[in-house]
Design a protein around this ligand. Structure first.
Ligand code: F6P
Length: 546
């Protein structure tokens, strides 16, 4: 089997890169007045404008040929039908089944997974209706006021991001708090000011073995037992997990457990029972709208031709910059305050999925794989790190994400937000030449000497690539489509690089060593380590004993 770099499609891209790397986007626009129409796609209520990229028609053809050659369509079909494409864990990858409508079916290993998904969804929906309506009562007979989600990674980032993103749909009589960090500060602050008799804890953990989550859950339970009794726990603790026996061992009534399945990866799990906090926040109907939006994107990804396929295009552009231009990082800038946790959520989705150096067949990759993903909401990022994107030495592609209509139209705020978003893409593309800078400085009355000193600092090279992803408004359905768009983008890139995007062995070693360090820190018997590890432990010991 040929490696990626041995493919003729890859080599054709390499030659093409040599031809196009000096090409200026401003010239591509000048030469083609229809460039926006030719290099933008709309589907599932999302507009993807990718015209401000260093690509022409030939680039696109070559990238699409690569996607064909590596078999994206077949691999997607295998995922959607439940083949065990997560080979290192011998699991199907079926988050798409979580958003399939109830009247459809998907039989995998003799089980109709869609029927099972909807069975659990109904259980969650009934519970959610009871809590939201005030029918579910705490141990003193009062309705729930605060929901505390205890989980980490995919059991935190997705639910937290969506609860924040869909705040306009939140039932405001309920307050939501999220605890993830094992740092006791997190749970201490989260519990501060709460009344045990009106607080509901969701202990969310796929495995129910995660150190951080179990530590926080135990602390929450001890805190609760300062007010309530063991027999009251069932009214205040529910679990979301695949591990029924561990839930029972923890002391949560399994009648209050919402299941899901090993074929749902943690970072793909917000659509499952892990989304219980989301359901509680926005209600079942809105949750269903979010699922419908994601399902529409699944359909689009599965059926649209590659040249009009949003996830495929987004993924190929990432490969183009990451592998040919050598861009090692990618910014996501949501121009929507409600999406302020979206970059953090995407970091797990993208980097835990595609941060791999070994192919699925066990051989080392021969290209770079997942880039570093980072970002902050606009316009805040403009006043922080955008300097580096405009004038830094690295090429950093940016995804701008925004909504044409705000959920909070007030005065000119939204026009200003949109103006900044759009203007950034224009500035990054056009830049500002030395002659323009000199002219402006001359017009401001500067001498030639002054201009000579200042001008180099005010030049923008431009030609910096961006995608703009717009929705009409950030509704539950639009958010569902947007998240699924990125899920499938990650999938396509993983397939191109030949890696398994659905395992995460890289998180294990740190967990193992932390267990050893913990027992040594607690016992005071520091074992054999390198001098740095020992030195750090001794330093902690010194201050913890005093
Ligand atoms: O350590 C990484 C990880 O396994 C993630 O993949 C996962 O989302 C997170 O930990 C939490 O796992 P769990 O839901 O089993 O507690």
């Amino acid at each position: 089997m040929k490696t990626l770099t041995e493919l003729s499609e890859w080599q054709a891209l390499q030659s093409h890169y040599a031809e196009i790397k000096g090409e200026q986007m401003v010239n591509l626009f000048a030469d083609n007045p229809d460039r926006f129409n030719e290099f933008s796609v709309q589907a599932c209520g999302i507009l993807l404008d990718y015209s401000k990229n260093r690509v022409n028609k030939k680039t696109l053809q070559l990238l699409l040929a690569l996607a064909d050659e590596v078999g994206i369509a077949d691999h997607a079909a295998a995922m959607f039908r439940g083949d065990r494409i997560n080979a290192t864990e011998d699991r199907s990858v079926l988050h798409s089944a979580l958003r399939m409508p109830a009247d459809q079916s998907l039989v995998v290993d003799g089980v109709d997974v869609v029927a099972d998904v909807h069975k659990v969804a109904r259980q969650a929906a009934e519970f959610v209706d009871k809590v939201r309506s005030g029918e579910w009562l705490g141990y003193t007979g009062k309705p729930i006021k605060t929901v505390v989600n205890i989980g980490i990674g995919g059991s935190d980032l997705g639910p937290l991001m969506v609860c924040e993103a869909l705040k306009p749909w939140q039932q405001r009589s309920l307050e939501f708090r999220f605890v993830s960090n094992v740092d006791g500060t997190h749970i201490t602050e989260a519990l501060s000011g709460l009344d045990a008799d009106t607080t509901l804890f969701i202990v969310a953990s796929k495995t129910f073995t995660t150190q951080e989550t179990l530590a926080n859950a135990h602390t929450a339970r001890n805190w609760f037992l300062e007010s309530g009794n063991e027999s009251d726990i069932a009214k205040h603790f529910v679990a979301v997990s695949t591990n029924e026996s561990a839930v029972a061992d923890f002391g949560i009534d399994v009648a209050n457990m919402f299941r899901f399945w090993d074929w749902v990866g943690g970072r793909y799990s917000l659509w499952s029972s892990i989304g219980l906090a989301i359901r509680l926040s926005i209600g079942n109907d809105n949750f269903d709208q979010m699922l419908a939006g994601a399902h529409a994107m699944d359909q689009h990804f599965a059926t649209a031709e590659t040249h009009r396929n949003l996830p495929v295009i987004l993924a190929l552009l990432g490969v183009w910059y990451g592998n040919f231009f050598g861009a090692r990082s990618q910014v996501v800038a949501p121009y929507d305050q409600y999406l302020h946790r979206f970059p953090a959520y995407l970091q797990q989705l993208d980097m835990e999925s595609n941060g791999k150096q070994v192919r699925i067949d066990g051989q080392p990759v021969d290209t770079a794989t997942g880039a570093v993903l980072w970002g902050e909401p606009g316009t805040n990022g403009q006043h922080a790190f955008f300097q580096l994107i405009h004038q830094g030495s690295d090429l950093i592609p940016v995804d701008f994400i925004t909504a044409a209509r705000s959920c909070n139209e007030s005065g000119s705020h939204h026009s200003m937000l949109l103006a900044n978003c759009i203007a950034q893409t224009e500035a990054l593309m056009t830049g500002k030449s030395r002659s323009q800078v000199e002219m402006e400085l001359r017009d401001s009355g500067m001498t030639d000497d002054e201009i000579g000193k200042l001008a180099p600092h005010k030049v923008f090279t431009g030609n910096r690539p961006t995608n703009t992803i717009m929705v009409e408004q950030l509704t539950p359905a639009a958010l569902g489509s947007l998240i699924a768009l990125y899920e499938h983008k990650v999938f396509v890139q993983g397939k191109i690089w030949g890696i398994n995007s659905f395992d995460q062995w890289g998180v294990e070693l740190g967990k193992q060593l932390a267990a050893a360090v913990l027992s040594e820190l607690e016992s005071g018997n520091i074992g054999e380590h390198d001098s740095s590890t020992t030195g750090l432990m001794r330093y902690c010991q010194q201050y913890r004993q005093n």
